[in-house]
Design a protein around this ligand. Structure first.
Ligand code: SUG
Length: 446
């Protein structure tokens, strides 16, 4: 049976804005309070999805979340009509209010961790939404993410959905951004790499000093257990505390893998040599594993953070060749562009580079790889996916139209408190659930 990787990209939500919410994420802090363009952001995301579909990839969309999150504001003691709740929160607790307005669910690499059926004990694809406990604005996502995933992968024979891990920093889980699967073919059992920033129950182990380590070792173990993975096919790797302190807040800012390729920076991991030996051993020798290490003198960690060289998607095209999907920031940086140029001629499976403009997302620290959630699946499993979330020319046209009719051109901080924005968002999401046939996944619909 044919197996392949499908990418589910987050549709950017109608409240996309720059609020400086993510300490440890340099772009988010640098762009705090800039004016955003939700419309442009959503259209840029759709263009990337369409480009991948046109390259012959299976491409899907993941719906955004309802913001401002008035339910959370009510839990925090704001009362009255929705408009009153918004007005009071914006005035009395502006930082909290900005957080409940974030469109951060667009970065679906943080939506969940997914293990394909070839890796799991019961032969199903397993999904665990990420709890995202480290950032308040992101911790509001997992419940709705779980409902959306269930509406997309709604078939108990093929898909198993878990609840997100306990909402506590000890089990901080950032999902697929810290998870990589290596395999010789998508239909073969893979080695799942779980990358974490710190140990939650052992304070003597190394941890970053300046910026938070969002994801714990204990969360990785829990997800591997829930998914029924075999110990001899799992590798736990600690992210270097020094790179987290430089602004590498997720592993996908410093490493990316696909099939038999792992592309990473020399400073990415703690105990790199030993850990990569474990990866090689567990991968086996069926086919050649390409460990592409980028050295400091080729590209520095700072340059990688600026350009998102590693927040690229490495994809296998229908021809079997691999391509790198990179943000235009990589093309516009002479040294990084030169690195990518020579990489395609170096005898590794990576043969092509394609650049896309996702600047609206990049300004919040989200590159091409942040915007997508990967699901390796078989043709039979694909048949069980809600077909309305899979992108074709019709859905692409319909979603462009939907964005153009519902989204604002610009949003500044003051606009977030406009009660009409909530009504506009709800109207947009209500229509979207019909387009994607998701049912009532949002609280305002329930
Ligand atoms: O969690 N930015 C996101 C970016 C997530 C990127 N995802 C991956 N690397 N996979 C974050 O830090 C910023 C929101 C703001 O500041 O308005 C934000 O949430």
């Amino acid at each position: 049976m044919k197996y392949f990787e499908a990418n589910f990209d987050g549709l950017v939500g109608p409240t996309h804005n720059y609020a400086g919410l993510s300490v440890g994420n340099v772009a988010s802090l640098n762009n705090a309070k800039n004016t955003s363009s939700p419309k442009q952001a959503a259209l840029q995301g759709l263009q990337k999805m369409k480009a991948l579909a046109d390259l012959g990839m299976v491409q899907g969309v993941l719906a955004p979340q309802e913001r401002p999150d008035v339910y959370t504001l009510r839990r925090l003691g704001f009362s009255g009509t929705d408009a009153e709740v918004i007005a009071k929160a914006a005035k009395q607790a502006p930082s909290v209010f900005r957080a409940v307005c974030s469109a951060s669910s667009m970065w679906t690499a943080n939506a969940a961790t997914i293990s394909p059926s070839k890796d799991t004990k019961d032969g199903k694809i397993h999904f665990t939404p990420a709890n995202l406990t480290n950032k308040f604005h992101r911790s509001l996502e997992p419940e709705t993410t779980g409902r959306i995933l269930k509406a997309m992968f709604n078939n108990e024979r093929h898909f198993s959905h878990h609840q997100h891990l306990p909402d506590n920093d000890h089990f901080g889980d950032e999902g697929a951004a810290n998870h990589t699967r290596l395999c010789s073919e998508y239909g073969e059992t893979g080695v799942e790499l779980f990358v974490f920033g710190r140990y939650a129950f052992d304070y003597n182990k190394p941890a970053p000093r300046n910026f938070p380590a969002r994801h714990t070792f204990e969360a990785c173990e829990a997800v591997a257990r829930l998914h029924g993975l075999s110990d001899d096919k799992v590798v736990y790797i600690q992210q270097s505390p020094e790179v987290i302190d430089q602004g590498v807040f997720h592993n996908d800012v410093i490493a990316v893998g696909n099939q038999n390729v792992l592309f990473y920076h020399q400073q990415a991991f703690v105990d790199s040599t030993q850990k990569l030996d474990e990866v090689k051993r567990k991968f086996g020798d069926k086919s050649e594993l390409h460990l592409i290490e980028v050295l400091d003198h080729e590209v520095t960690v700072q340059q990688a953070i600026q350009t998102y060289l590693f927040n690229t998607q490495v994809i296998t095209l229908p021809s079997g060749e691999m391509a790198i999907i990179a943000p235009t920031e990589c093309r516009d940086h002479p040294q990084v562009a030169a690195y990518l140029e020579q990489l395609t001629g170096r005898g590794t499976p990576i043969r092509q580079v394609h650049y896309y403009d996702v600047k609206q997302s990049m300004r919040n620290g989200g590159g091409p790889a942040c915007l997508r959630l990967r699901v390796a699946m078989s043709e039979a499993e694909k048949q069980a996916v809600n077909p309305n979330v899979l992108l074709d020319d019709n859905l692409f046209a319909r979603l462009n139209q939907w964005v153009n009719s519902h989204y604002r051109d610009q949003i500044s901080e003051a606009d977030l408190a406009d009660p009409l924005l909530l009504n506009e968002s709800r109207a947009a999401l209500d229509e979207l659930t019909k387009i994607l046939q998701l049912g009532s996944v949002y609280q305002f619909q329930r």
